[in-house]
Design a protein around this ligand. Structure first.
Ligand SMILES: *[C@@H]1O[C@H](CO)[C@@H](O)[C@H](O)[C@H]1NC(C)=O
Ligand SMILES: *[C@@H]1O[C@H](CO)[C@@H](O)[C@H](O)[C@H]1NC(C)=O
Ligand SMILES: *[C@@H]1O[C@H](CO)[C@@H](O)[C@H](O)[C@H]1NC(C)=O
Length: 380
């Protein structure tokens, strides 16, 4: 079954163009020829790319929000996600509102994260809420994180809370992490039922009384600037898997295994053609500044996409990564060129890249995009 899905995918990529071609249409033209690309083609290419990024439209240019340190660390780790199967990490800060006034104390605080912008095809695979420990937090305490399933009504009903995580706060800890996946999953499924999270801190004594000593930072101090507070305030990272990544995972087949299987023995005594004419990978650097996208793609500035080009001559050599079918097609072509064309030089192995960008409401997103960079070419 997977064999059929896999080969169909290769066929689609065969002589038609894939994602990278949209980028090429946008920016691979020499500087002088750029004006030659008409507006309609350019708009079509941009639409195709935005669809790939899962964005309904180009995010409006905004003052770039600082990239949270935790996201930068993930990006530097080449997008290695801490949650299995996730290919996207979205970052959120508490959205302040008048409701905050109902929580005047530090030991009991409500945090609200507006995750309404997450596209409908994304499924939550993990959610980490990070707190910074307040200076002077010296006694053993415990942080309790609850999902507010139903808010309370003053004097009428108590809120319905579900305990998500219980984390010991040890003297000396700088950063405290709590697991909020239970809530994130619920919010994505029923966005109107997002009533925030309740953070409670208690002393680690036999009675579990409300914390009186400093513990974690939940609100800005009067003497703190917005920038200082940004770096210290609670940060929610939601790890999701989008439809594209899920489909690829469920096919259970990577391009690597496909190309290994395809690399069957070919003919050994092939005629030598000039190397540059033969099917091979060629350099192509896509610069996001050329496309005018550097205002919302934070990193990288561009990337090596590469492309495949060249001849697939008879007899097909081993290193041209031909399928049995490509070998047969090349053979028939050599006998009767009018009957069938030669095999095509196409990507047979692709790898992913990570991108940091701003979504429409200026939240920073880290996403791993599959099949963006050519690793190997072959005749198919
Ligand atoms: C959440 O953000 C959206 C914009 O993305 C906005 O329309 C909506 O009002 C926000 N919801 C709350 C409760 O702040
Ligand atoms: C715990 O509660 C008991 C009875 O309510 C009280 O006698 C005791 O002093 C309390 N202990 C602490 C550490 O607060
Ligand atoms: C064939 O595939 C291998 C592994 O993917 C790659 O190293 C090699 O460069 C490919 N051949 C060509 C002609 O690109």
């Amino acid at each position: 079954m997977t064999e059929i899905g896999g080969s169909r995918r290769i066929m689609r990529g065969a002589c038609a163009c894939a994602v990278v071609c949209a980028l090429v249409a946008l920016c691979a033209l020499p500087a002088g020829a750029r004006g030659a690309l008409d507006e309609a083609t350019r708009a079509a290419a941009e639409r195709q790319l935005l669809a790939l990024l899962g964005l309904p439209r180009r995010p409006p240019p905004a003052a770039p929000a600082p990239v949270p340190r935790a996201l930068r660390v993930l990006y530097d780790a080449r997008g290695a996600m801490p949650a299995p199967a996730a290919n996207t990490a979205r970052s959120y800060h508490h959205a302040p509102s008048r409701l905050d006034d109902r929580f005047p104390h530090e030991h009991r605080f409500r945090l609200y994260f507006n995750v309404t912008g997450v596209p409908g095809d994304e499924v939550a695979r993990g959610a980490d809420l990070t707190f910074h420990r307040a200076a002077g937090g010296a006694v053993a305490q415990r942080l309790l994180l609850y999902d507010v399933v139903r808010p309370g009504r003053r004097g009428r009903s108590d809120p319905i809370l579900r305990l998500l995580d219980s984390v010991p706060l040890r003297p000396g800890d700088d950063v405290v992490r709590a697991d909020a996946i239970g809530a994130a999953r619920r919010w994505l499924a029923e966005p109107q039922e997002n009533h925030g999270l309740l953070v409670r801190v208690i002393e680690q004594n036999e009675n579990g009384t409300d914390a009186r000593q400093p513990h974690v930072r939940v609100r800005r101090r009067a003497d703190e600037s917005e920038e200082e507070w940004r770096a210290l305030q609670p940060l929610l990272l939601v790890y999701t898997e989008d439809e594209r990544a899920r489909a690829a995972r469920e096919r259970g087949e990577t391009l690597l295994t496909r190309s290994k299987r395809a690399a069957r023995r070919g003919h050994r005594n092939h005629r030598r053609k000039e190397a540059r004419e033969i099917c091979q990978r060629r350099p192509l650097f896509v610069d996001f500044a050329d496309v005018g996208w550097s205002d919302w793609i934070v990193a990288p500035h561009g990337y090596d996409a590469y492309y495949c080009q060249g001849d697939c001559p008879f007899p097909l050599a081993d290193h041209l990564n031909g399928t049995n079918h490509a070998i047969v097609q090349t053979l028939v072509n050599s006998v009767n060129p009018a009957a069938v064309p030669k095999a095509c030089c196409v990507p047979t192995q692709l790898s992913s890249i990570s991108m940091l960008y701003m979504d429409e409401v200026n939240n920073v997103v880290l996403k791993n995009y599959q099949d963006m960079m050519v690793m190997g070419c072959g005749c198919r």
